[in-house]
Design a protein around this ligand. Structure first.
Ligand code: SF4
Length: 350
């Protein structure tokens, strides 16, 4: 049996392979990746920025996506025909994306229109979802959104229908709805395991925003008591959190925004200031290293184990089997419909 190379040798072999492949290879790394993976990547960003980057690079043939599966899938949907997309670990899924499946979504949509009427409802689907969910959304006139353009996607949705079915993150949906001025009583939660999502027909008819009962286990670990504790321990600090956190946590924060927003928030914080950050711990640690002249602290240590599955060992294996190992593909019919929903997102005002 071949002995496992030590970590220094792994890094050397990855660098050598990168050099060999040159511009044909593009390594994309998400903000939540561990720092040695980020250091090996060509681009760092959120899921949509990275997918766009891959498709915009005409020279590259091989895209290695260091993130979770739905991200690599979105990259495959947007990729050009000569490009292959690979993920170093196929088991790097996303809990939230796994909370919505196409069968349950289709059934929910049928149930909603059976009480609210045809044309009453448009789906909006968060980027953190499988290709089949995006495809369903594309077929029903809906759009994909990210945490940064969710308000624009919702505004567009309300121009085309009186109700929005928001899938799968109930917290991002609720926080966005409140930001747009909806009242809490205009929103209901849809539990896909129950008839009418656990609601009565009258509530479904009245609701403007129907929130799929999904959530991110990494961001819902932040609780009100962590916010209060941080205020007591660091009274001088500004607290910034991600909109996948609960409404109660968001209400106590100084600022709320997407991963890109959080990165900018820390960047713009004055030297000497303290910023407490409520998001994935690898990003918080990296920001603390990048800005040593300000105090960047975690609200609580919350790691995404799915993102953490990508490591130098499986990245090396992918690069030594380029174009072959863990290639991510999407069936053509699904790809075309999902692309519709992604293209509508691209057309949203920024
Ligand atoms: S942080 Fe949450 S939403 Fe993001 S990949 Fe991990 S489980 Fe999914």
């Amino acid at each position: 049996m071949e002995a496992l190379p030590d970590s220094r040798e792994v890094l050397e072999r990855i660098r050598a392979r990168k050099k060999e492949l040159g511009r044909e290879l593009l390594i994309l790394t998400h903000h939540y990746q561990r720092k040695d993976i980020v250091a090996l990547g060509d681009f760092l960003g959120d899921s949509f920025e990275l997918s766009r980057k891959g498709a915009a690079d005409r020279d590259c043939r091989y895209i290695v996506f260091c993130g979770v599966h739905f991200m690599a899938e979105s990259s495959a949907i947007l990729a050009r025909s000569h490009q292959t997309v690979q993920i170093p670990c196929l088991e790097a899924g996303c809990w939230m994306a796994g909370m919505a499946d196409a069968f349950s979504l289709e059934r929910a949509f049928e149930e909603i229109i059976s009480v609210a009427g045809d044309g009453s409802t448009v789906p909006i689907v968060y980027m953190n979802s499988d290709a089949s969910i995006k495809a369903f959304c594309g077929c029903r006139g809906g759009t994909v959104c990210t945490s940064s353009n969710a308000p624009a996607a919702m505004r567009r949705g309300f121009e085309t229908a009186s109700k929005i079915l928001f899938v799968p993150d109930r917290h991002l949906g609720q926080n966005t709805g409140l930001r747009l001025g909806l009242r809490p009583e205009e929103m209901i939660v849809w539990d896909p395991a129950q008839p009418l999502g656990g609601n009565d027909a009258e509530s479904v008819r009245k609701a403007r925003l129907i929130l799929w009962n999904g959530y991110c286990l990494v961001h819902t670990r932040f609780e009100v008591e962590h916010m209060r504790e941080a205020r007591v321990r660091f009274p001088e600090a500004r607290i910034v959190v991600h909109p996948e956190c609960t409404r109660e946590v968001v209400a106590l924060a100084d600022a709320v925004g997407s991963t890109g927003f959080i990165v900018n928030y820390v960047k713009k914080a004055p030297p000497g200031s303290t910023v407490v950050v409520g998001t994935e711990i690898n990003l918080v640690h990296r920001l603390a290293l990048e800005y040593p002249d300000r105090k960047v602290l975690d609200l609580r240590s919350s790691l995404c184990p799915n993102m953490f599955r990508i490591n130098p060992g499986n990245l090396l294996h992918t690069m030594e089997h380029i174009g072959e190992y863990n290639v991510v593909t999407v069936p053509e019919a699904t790809r075309a419909d999902a692309r519709l929903a992604l293209d509508r997102m691209l057309a949203l005002p920024s």
